[in-house]
Ligand binder design. Sequence first.
Ligand code: UD1
Ligand code: CA
Length: 455
Amino acid sequence: MSLSIVILAAGKGTRMKSATTKVMHKLAGKALVEHVIDTAMQLLPQSLAVVCGNGAEQVQPLLASKQVNSVMQHEQNGTGHAVMQAQDEFADADQVLVLYGDVPLTQLSTLDDLINCGDKNSLRILTTKLADPTGYGRIVRDDASNVICITEQKDADQATLAIKEVNSGIMVLPAQWLTASLSKLENNNAQGEYYLTDMVALAVADGIAINTVCCNDNAEVAGVNTRQQLAELERHYQQLQANKLMAAGVTLADPARLDIRGDVTIGQDVSIDVNVILEGAVKIADNVTIGANCIIKDSTIAAGTEILANSMLDKATVGENVNIGPFARLRPGTVLAAQAKVGNFVETKNANIGVGSKINHLSYIGDTDMGKGVNIGAGTITCNYDGANKHRTVIGDNAFIGSDSQLVAPVTIAEGATIGAGTTLRKDAAAEALTLTKTVQRTVAGWKRPVKKKT
Ligand code: UD1
Ligand code: CA
């Protein structure tokens, strides 16, 4: 039974008061419409198209990157009119699922239930019951509880306005019947629009069965119209993520102060302090501790590692039992082997740090291959950039770099080498030897400090 999916996303979103078109606003770091697309794709439809209009040029690059078709609706003449623009997309399908680009949190299981709640020749509507149904289309039923039509707020009389069961907007329709009947829609209503919801009364007239699934979780069918609603849905989504982590054995100092903007995998007995942001693809193994205010993006962290407060990791790979921070910045291409230490005010980039090596304070280590057991003194800088090109610094096992040294790349420090404090190293340093570049200390007896000349 073939399924086509049409996502409506041409609306303006006036109430967002934004130059960004509504469906491109982000929830958990991902555009609203991308949430809908990602869920839709899991249904493995034979075709998937997004109806674009307002801000189409903002939506289309995303669609292209996900290989999703886009259909233009040049004038926004209503939800029925939007579906008309997508007719070619479902010409060969048995049924069509209509989703909204501004309803991001509908679960796959709910859509599955909707698709399977009646045979493919029926019209299926996802509904929900709201204490305050203002603004929504009402599900109107006869005395036998059969759906007879959907009436929009602006077209409803007092009795209809009192109905609490509302249209989520999400519907499954028999495709061939839809194609044949769309042209029967009229726009003689309060908004002068072609309503998709009018297909319900047309279906009843044609003897098409109507089924409904009532979704108990209002957030799953909630649309975003304002920034306040966006913030509410964001919080709801974050709470769900936090609940999942806690159920899987993660300790959260405060589930309301963790933000997940991507896909995370977290092991058991991981402990996360307040105000942590996890972005992109993050993998955290068992027994990792993350301090307050850390931002971890697209990184992998092995078991037993401790990340102290205010550290930032971006595209870093961290081994077991490593110590990071506080105030460490691991930039892309940082690879820390087991038991390494990267302390406060240390920045690393494109750097392989060997087992047990320590960079404890105030350093920049970039484009570096460092062996095991190395000690980097405070204030060490790898000068990796000559103004045009980047060069690598190679540091052998058990080397010791004195504080406040500059390692001018390309340069190699052999195993067991010691570099004296304050060295500016421009040539390779020999193994198991002391290398110094500053003058030997001497004392000038009777030396006087200069005095200011009188004018
Ligand atoms: C619609 C439903 C209403 C339902 C509510 C749920 C109709 C007539 N009404 O009302 O029954 O309770 O959603 O949120 O369907 N869109 C287009 N092109 C258009 C018009 C809209 O693509 O010409 C898109 C919008 O971008 C949006 C969706 O369709 O994603 C819904 O449009 P909107 O104007 O918000 O419909 P509502 O009046 O809220
Ligand atoms: Ca709406």
